[in-house]
Design a protein around this ligand. Structure first.
Ligand SMILES: [Fe+2]
Ligand SMILES: [Fe+2]
Length: 299
């Protein structure tokens, strides 16, 4: 597979196991990165249903069969994502961080307010957030050996599967936006605002999530912990920032963002796996290769 453009985006129901024994610090020696990942996960069951509602409403106005199919496949994938995140979040809340429910209530209210905005604003938010996702994908997959060495493979595999599918459907929200609202200066300006609106709105809730987690872990008042957090946040910003800036330019198209070979290998190998196969990344392997038997990978 050369790239992710124009192929069927499969709905993969992969039931990553989240048993009770998942450690609070599922990335060993990196509690701040763990908190950031958990904070991001917390937003997904609120963000992704909003993306689905928005794209579903937009799809009703699309008179292009291929694009409407894309929109439906996008929604099917996002539906799988937020359900998996909700299972994971429910586990860590019940086991370690019950206070996160307060942030969840605020996200419910925030997205209810956002639902009242125009479809253009909501679609711009959707396409904008999806552009940041590509930067996060490049960060997490490109730096997987450094970030996730020795981490719980169940959680790492789940996170990286989500990133793989974000790459696979990277162009859909943009295409839907362009179909309905592109082609004018006003359409561009709204899309450009949406890049920052979508990205920073999700980030502010993710930040509240990791702050609550680090407080509960007793780390928020430690300057050493704050320094480590600042390092991880800078790492994130260095990787994701350029994606946001490029997405904000006129004429940008997410197709021009290069897909990682790891993602392409994952997508090529998955259809050859047995039904029910769990693509578990070996986090002790120095290269953390795609989680499929070698003989089944693409030639
Ligand atoms: Fe997603
Ligand atoms: Fe997405």
């Amino acid at each position: 597979m050369a790239d992710t453009d124009r192929h069927v985006m499969e709905q993969r129901r992969i039931l990553f196991p989240f048993p009770d024994d998942i450690e609070r610090a599922w990335i060993p020696d990196k509690p701040e990165l763990t908190a950031m990942m958990n904070g991001a996960s917390l937003t997904m069951p609120y963000l992704e249903p909003f993306l689905i509602r928005t794209v579903r409403e937009a799809a009703e106005r699309i008179h292009d069969d291929a694009l409407r199919t894309d929109a439906n496949e996008f929604n099917a994938q996002e539906g799988q994502h937020f359900r998996a995140h909700r299972r994971f979040n429910d586990l860590i809340k019940a086991r370690h961080y019950p206070d996160l429910a307060e942030i969840e209530a605020e996200m419910t209210a925030s997205y209810a307010r956002l639902d009242k905005r125009s479809l253009r604003t909501r679609m711009a938010y959707t396409a904008g957030f999806e552009s940041m996702t590509l930067g996060v994908t490049e960060w997490l997959i490109g730096s997987r050996r450094r970030l996730f060495r020795g981490a719980d493979p169940r959680v790492v595999s789940f996170v990286l599967w989500h990133m793989v599918e974000e790459t696979e459907h990277k162009r859909v929200a943009y295409d839907v936006y362009q179909y309905l609202f592109g082609g004018s200066l006003r359409g561009y300006v709204a899309r450009m605002i949406g890049v920052f609106h979508g990205s920073f709105d999700v980030m502010r809730f993710a930040m509240r999530g990791y702050r609550a987690i680090l407080r509960k872990d007793g780390l928020w008042s430690s300057w050493r912990s704050r320094l480590r957090l600042a390092f991880h946040l800078s790492d994130f910003a260095i990787h994701a920032g350029p994606y946001l800036l490029r997405a904000a330019l006129p004429g940008h198209n997410p197709r021009s963002e290069k897909d990682s070979q790891w993602v392409l290998d994952w997508l090529a190998a998955y259809p050859r796996a047995e039904p029910g196969y769990l693509p578990m990344v070996d986090t002790l392997h120095p290269d953390m290769p795609v989680p499929f038997p070698a003989q089944r990978q693409a030639a």
